[in-house]
Design a protein around this ligand. Structure first.
Ligand code: FES
Ligand code: FE
Length: 443
C-alpha cells in the first residue's frame, strides 16, 4: 500500500525522493495521474489539413492524432485491435488509412476498421464484427489551438481543468488574434531521470538559473547591457521581483518586462524592434496587463507534463519507466512574426535549450545527477525541499491564482499538492479544482 500522505507534505513543501524512482509509485502514476489528466496532444498548426496525422504518447501509451474530414481532431490508441502491434510507426504524415503490418487489417482515419484480409470463407467466414474492432478512441478537447486528450470520460472539461490559468495561457498561445504556430517536428532526447524531475525544472524552477546556467548566461550576455531580470537584488520590490503563480497544479513564473525572453538572443535589437512594433497590438488584444507578457521572461506549464519558456522552448516530457524520460521540444512563434525572425527563433532555441543547447546541457546534467542519488536506496529515503516562500502566497485582486514573488517554490508546491490529490483520489470527481475567481482589473 503506497501512502501518499507520507510522501508529500500537505503543503507540498516537502517531498520524499521515493517518488522519483520507485517502480510501484510509477505504475500507480500511470493510472492515477496520466489516466485522468488532460495531456497535450498537438497544436492545430501541426495538423493543418484533412487526414494529417501525428503520433505521440499519453503517459507511456502510444497515441495517434488525426485531422478528420470535418476539420475536427480525433485521437486513438496507436495499437492494432487484433493483437496489439503499434499501428503507425511514422512520426507524422497524411494518410487516408493505416494498415497493420502484422496481418494487414486496415483502419480509416476515423478509426473504423475498414478491411480485413481473408474476411470471407477463406478465413473469417464473415463472422468478424468489424464495427466492434475500430481503434480505441480517446476523449479530445481544445483550448486556443492546443489539443489535449484524456483517458477518463468522467474527468472535468479541459476548460474547468485549466480554470483561471487560462488567463495566462491566452497571452502565450494567443498573443495576437492570429495566434502562434508550432514549427517542424519536435527535437527529442532521452534522459536518465524521472519525468517529474525534468518537468518541475521548467514548471517552476527560477532558482537554478544563476548557479546552473551562470557561465552560459555570461557568454550570452557578453557585450550587452543589463541582466536577465531575475538577478539577486534585495533592493527590488513589488512586481519588479516578478510573480510566481499556481492554479490547479499548473504553474507560471513571470515578469511583465516585455523583453526578458529575448535578452540572451544574438541580435537582441531585432527582437526589441519586433516586440515594439507589436506592443500596441498585444495590448489591444490582451489588455494592458497581459499585453506586456509577450516577450517577457516567463516559464511555466500545464500539469502534469506540458511546459514552456517562451523564446526558449516549448516541451513535453514523456515518462519511460521510473528512471527514464523522453523530452520533446518545439519552437513556437507568433504567426505574424517575419519569416527571418522565425528562422532566428529556431536557431536560438537550438542554441539555448535544444538537445545540445548551452542551457539544456546544464539542466540535463543536474537532472541525471538527481537520478544518481534518488534511485539509490539510502538517497531515496531523503526529503526534497520546496519550501522557499512558504506561507507568503497570496490571492491578489489583480492576478488569477495563488501568487508569490517569482523567486519562490509556490509553483512546485502547487504541482506536488496536485500530484498527491491525483494519486489519492478514487475518481476524478474527488479531485477538487481551485474555485474560479473574477479578477478586478485583470481584463
Ligand atoms: Fe494487427 Fe493482426 S495484429 S492485423
Ligand atoms: Fe534551466
Amino acid at each position: 500500500m503506497i501512502e501518499i500522505d507520507k510522501l508529500v507534505s500537505e503543503d507540498g513543501a516537502y517531498v520524499s525522493r521515493e517518488i522519483f524512482g520507485d517502480a510501484d509509485i510509477h505504475k500507480l502514476e500511470m493510472k492515477q495521474v496520466f489516466g485522468r489528466s488532460w495531456l497535450f496532444l498537438a497544436h492545430e498548426t501541426q495538423l493543418p489539413d484533412s487526414q494529417d496525422y501525428l503520433t505521440t504518447f499519453m503517459g507511456e501509451d502510444p497515441v495517434i492524432v488525426i485531422r478528420q474530414e470535418d476539420g475536427t481532431l480525433k485521437a486513438f490508441l496507436n495499437a492494432c485491435t487484433h493483437r496489439g502491434p503499434l499501428l503507425c510507426a511514422s512520426e507524422e504524415g497524411n494518410a487516408t488509412n493505416f494498415t497493420c503490418p502484422y496481418h494487414g487489417w486496415v483502419f480509416g482515419s476515423s478509426g473504423d476498421l475498414l478491411d480485413v484480409p481473408h474476411e470471407g470463407s477463406s478465413g473469417w467466414h464473415n463472422e468478424l464484427n468489424k464495427e466492434r474492432h475500430g481503434l480505441k478512441p480517446i476523449r479530445v478537447e481544445s483550448y486556443k489551438g492546443l489539443y489535449f486528450g484524456n483517458f477518463d470520460e468522467q474527468a472535468p472539461s479541459l476548460d474547468d481543468y485549466l480554470g483561471d490559468y487560462k488567463w495566462y495561457v491566452d497571452a502565450i498561445f494567443s498573443p495576437l488574434p492570429t495566434g502562434v504556430e508550432f514549427l517542424g517536428g519536435p527535437m527529442r532526447q532521452r534522459l536518465q531521470c524521472n519525468w517529474k524531475v525534468a518537468s518541475e525544472n521548467i514548471f517552476a524552477d527560477t532558482y537554478h538559473v544563476f548557479a546552473a546556467h551562470g557561465q552560459a548566461a555570461r557568454i550570452c550576455m557578453e557585450g550587452k547591457e543589463g541582466g536577465i531580470g531575475i538577478e539577486e537584488n534585495d533592493d527590488k520590490e513589488g512586481d519588479a521581483l516578478g510573480v510566481a503563480v499556481t492554479v490547479n497544479g499548473h504553474s507560471m513564473g513571470l515578469h511583465f518586462d516585455g523583453m526578458g525572453a529575448y535578452v540572451l538572443n544574438k541580435n537582441m535589437a531585432e527582437w526589441m524592434a519586433y516586440l515594439g512594433s507589436q506592443r500596441e497590438n498585444y495590448i489591444k488584444h490582451l489588455g494592458p496587463r497581459r499585453g506586456m507578457m509577450p516577450g517577457s521572461s516567463i516559464n511555466g506549464g500545464i500539469f502534469p507534463n506540458f511546459m514552456f519558456v517562451p523564446g526558449f522552448t516549448f516541451r513535453q516530457i514523456h515518462p519511460l519507466g521510473p528512471n527514464e524520460c523522453e523530452i520533446w521540444m518545439w519552437t513556437v512563434v507568433e504567426k505574424d512574426m517575419p519569416l527571418e525572425l522565425k528562422h532566428e527563433q529556431v536557431k536560438a532555441n537550438a542554441r539555448m535549450l535544444g538537445t545540445s543547447g548551452l542551457f539544456e546541457t546544464d539542466d540535463c546534467a543536474n537532472m541525471e545527477r538527481i537520478d544518481n542519488t534518488v534511485s539509490a536506496y539510502q538517497g531515496s529515503k531523503l526529503i526534497s525541499n520546496y519550501s522557499m516562500g512558504l506561507g507568503r502566497e497570496q490571492k491578489r485582486d489583480d492576478l488569477p491564482g495563488l501568487t508569490d514573488q517569482r523567486m519562490s517554490d509556490t509553483g512546485f508546491r502547487g504541482y506536488y499538492r496536485r500530484w498527491a490529490l491525483f494519486m489519492k483520489a478514487d475518481k476524478s470527481s474527488d479531485i477538487p479544482l481551485d474555485a474560479p475567481r473574477s479578477i478586478e482589473g485583470a481584463e
